[in-house]
Design a protein. Structure first.
Length: 252
């Protein structure tokens, strides 16, 4: 079984490891043995653990999951030349990763938290000779999409990477709206979850505009609610969310 070495032990590392633990051996490198032990407990399987200071990356497949601002710092603690680094760091360029960590190859990836249930939408770009391996590795946690440039993966960060937070806000707001009108909270949450589950299947094959038109009959309840969303500039706000996330990614 091939080993994947995670450098970093935060939420994203745990989500990806949850998706990979059945098909790969997991090794995790961090700054604290206590936190590494907690990572192992949350993951639910035995892992190899190592402290970051002096860790030898030679010939390893690395999943880099630290904060973007910490790249220079961890570079001073790690040794050896990794075979390939798969970086999940938003807005951190291939050039910066190469200059600081000096691996043989680098691939930027942008998974999301659905990796923990093998439903991530992961975008990829980098050294093209690792395209196949990257798609296989990250394909273990969901769908993948190889993009042609770093600009595109920065845009995709705002869509797929940050998207679960935006959808969570919408889901919570819809349930709150039903509660406001008198529906019990547990009923509202159950109905909202069923809504998202069914919609997730439908959207795979049907354009959003066609889905909308299929539900919205003239003068009906959906049209009334849709009009309220337009009055609230929800469409514009969603587009602005992607723009602001992209701009933030370019400044990290």
């Amino acid at each position: 079984m091939k080993t994947i070495t995670f450098i970093g032990n935060g939420n994203m590392a745990l989500s990806i490891a949850q998706g990979l633990k059945s098909t790969y051996k997991i090794e995790v490198v961090g700054r604290s043995l206590e936190k590494l032990d907690a990572f192992e407990k949350n993951l639910g399987v035995r892992i190899d653990k190592a402290l970051m200071d002096g860790f030898d990356m030679s010939e390893k497949t690395i999943m880099l999951c630290v904060k973007p601002a910490n790249v220079e710092d961890i570079a001073t603690k790690l040794t050896g030349v990794a075979s390939v680094i798969y970086s999940v760091l938003a807005g951190t360029s291939l050039q910066k990763l190469r200059e600081n960590l000096k691996p043989k190859a680098v691939v930027r990836t942008m998974p999301n938290l659905a990796a923990s249930v093998n439903k991530s939408m992961t975008t990829l770009t980098g050294d093209i000779e690792y395209k196949g391996e990257a798609e296989k590795l990250l394909g273990a946690i969901g769908a993948t999409r190889w993009l042609a440039s770093e600009k595109e993966i920065d845009i995709a960060t705002g869509l797929a990477g940050s998207g679960p937070a935006y959808l969570a806000l919408i889901a919570e707001a819809l349930a709150d709206g039903a509660v406001k009108q008198g529906l019990k909270r547990d009923d509202a949450m159950a109905i909202m979850r069923g809504l998202f589950d069914g919609f997730g299947t439908l959207i795979q094959d049907i354009h959003p505009a066609l889905l909308k038109d299929g539900v919205m009959s003239p003068g009906g309840t959906t049209a009334a609610g849709y009009g309220a969303l337009e009055d609230g500039n929800v469409r514009s706000a969603c587009m602005s969310a992607i723009e602001q996330a992209y701009l933030k990614a370019t400044k990290l």
